[in-house]
Ligand binder design. Structure first.
Ligand code: FNR
Length: 184
């Protein structure tokens, strides 16, 4: 069986190592996973007054893309030991209106990538906490706190180290198995 996986990258910048990591994961994934990158940079800040007046087009577009997917993969940097504001906003947008969360029940996994040694642990865990509240089954193992992010990829996003490639392979294979086990 094949599954549609929405990919949400927490960084907005063009040369993002998190985006490179997400792209690398999609290239390693088993063929039964189809990926769609769902962009978050154009989402207005969540505001209940705006919701009441009528959802802006980017909110609707984002909600529809998440709703149409079977699973969601998050790859995010850490900002100030937490999730970047743009990503938190996307989660808030997708979770509403109340009772109509686009995320509910969808299998998910989190990878965090940082140039530092802690590998975005703080962001990763804050994000996991939100995903628990959103009632998404979160892949438990392997955890993916990827440090040394600026040394991972060479030309065209090729892995510089075989150990990194193997780690990414194990992660995406585990997520594929998790989706098969938990998807609606
Ligand atoms: C950072 N960075 C960072 N790194 C980290 O490991 N822990 C942190 O708490 C922070 N805090 C932080 C705050 C802000 C506002 C910025 C802009 C950056 C550094 C961050 O990991 C680095 O810029 C990465 O390259 C960001 O990921 P992308 O954009 O390359 O995917």
């Amino acid at each position: 069986q094949s599954y549609k996986v929405a990919v949400v990258v927490g960084s907005l910048r063009k040369e993002s190592v998190n985006r490179k990591a997400a792209e690398a994961l999609t290239r390693l994934a088993p063929e039964n996973l189809q990926f769609e990158f769902v962009e978050i940079g154009d989402l207005p800040h969540y505001d209940e007054d705006v919701e009441a007046a009528g959802a802006p087009a980017p909110w609707t577009r984002f909600r529809e893309q998440i709703s149409a997917s079977d699973a969601v993969l998050f790859v995010s940097p850490e900002y100030n030991r937490s999730v970047p504001g743009a990503l938190k906003n996307a989660i808030d947008v997708g979770s509403r209106p109340y009772g109509e969360s686009a995320f509910a029940g969808k299998p998910t996994a989190v990878m965090s990538v940082s140039p530092g040694g802690i590998g975005g642990f703080g962001a990763n865990h804050h994000l996991r906490q939100s995903l628990v509240f959103l009632d998404m089954p979160v892949l438990q193992q392997p955890e993916a706190y990827v440090g040394g992010g600026y040394e991972l990829f060479g030309e065209q996003g090729a892995f510089k180290s075989d150990d990194t490639r193997k780690f990414f392979q194990g992660f995406i294979d585990a997520f594929a198995a998790w989706i098969a086990k938990t998807a609606a």
